[in-house]
Design a protein around this ligand. Structure first.
Ligand SMILES: C[S@@+](CC[C@H](N)C(=O)[O-])C[C@H]1O[C@@H](n2cnc3c(N)ncnc32)[C@H](O)[C@@H]1O
Length: 262
């Protein structure tokens, strides 16, 4: 008989632990157009809180900010003096998307002193250009959510790995998505070429639009972050974990049930 019950939660029940983020998730998140899950936003902002508690400082960046839904959640977790850099072509579905991004940030409390809006193409961006935009400070967190082709993801991943701080976290959107099955090949190629990086956790999808994210960190930071995530989100740990052969990592989900075995 099955002995593990697990449970099913809604994303509204999951908190980052940062009051400003949790207020935005409750009152603003669904009013800003976007494609990331609220559950993932709570976990990622929780990771930023964990970093701050560990003394990890620095700016953050997002490739593919669109109208700012996820960006605003992350930016609310920043500490005094830290900045959030939003990178996008800002041409889809029309050029006014940049104005909407800035208006959404302003409406939800992310002022021009905290945000940097950068209309540029991440595929041609160089590491030193990105670092210059951040005043020479390496980001402690990067969300990669730009073009979903293998080539573009590969470029974005290499860029992120070359600028991220040693204690930093890189989050990849739309992993294991039925519409982008080949992106997984790029991730495995990247991990094979970068043994210093590893998958810290998988944040399970909420819907086909609010898809799964992979959380990457440096191998030597894995244990510290894993312990902190287990403490921060105990109700969301799917007990089987993810098998990266031979590496295992956490799976965080709103649904922690296992198949019943009778
Ligand atoms: C799926 S949307 C991002 C959604 C957003 N991160 C959210 O969570 O709501 C993808 C964004 O990536 C941007 N993008 C696509 N290719 C890009 C490139 N080469 N450089 C910069 N941004 C790009 C698009 O303009 C689009 O706004």
């Amino acid at each position: 008989m099955s002995t593990y019950a697990g449970k099913v939660m809604t994303s509204a029940e999951v908190r980052s632990g940062v009051p400003a983020v949790d207020r935005y998730l409750a009152e603003g998140y669904n009013t800003v157009p976007g494609m990331s899950s609220r559950f993932a936003a709570a976990v990622c902002a929780g990771l930023l809180r964990i970093q701050s508690e560990m003394g990890v400082k620095g700016p953050i960046a997002e490739v593919g900010s669109f109208e700012g839904r996820f960006f605003i959640a992350l930016a609310h977790a920043l500490k005094e003096g830290e900045k959030a850099l939003g990178i996008d072509l800002f041409d889809w579905p029309n050029p006014e998307v940049k104005d909407r991004f800035e208006a959404n940030c302003a409406r939800h409390g992310i002022g021009p002193d905290t945000r940097i809006t950068w209309k540029t193409d991440s595929r041609t961006l160089k590491a030193d250009e990105l670092l210059e935009k951040l005043g020479g400070r390496r980001p402690r967190f990067i969300h990669v959510d730009g073009e979903h082709s293998r080539h573009a993801l590969s470029r974005d991943l290499e860029l992120a790995a070359s600028v991220i701080s040693p204690e930093g976290i890189v989050v990849l959107d739309d992993m294991l998505h039925p519409g982008y099955p080949t992106l997984m090949v790029t991730v495995h190629e990247f991990l094979a070429a970068h043994p210093e990086m590893t998958v810290l956790a998988i944040i399970d999808r909420e819907t086909i639009v609010a898809a799964t994210k992979f959380v990457l960190c440096r191998t030597d930071w894995f244990k510290r972050y894993e312990e902190a995530l287990l403490k921060a989100f105990p109700d969301n740990v799917w007990p089987m974990g993810a098998d990266f052969e031979p590496h295992w990592c956490l799976v965080l989900s709103l649904d922690t049930r296992l198949a019943a075995i009778t």
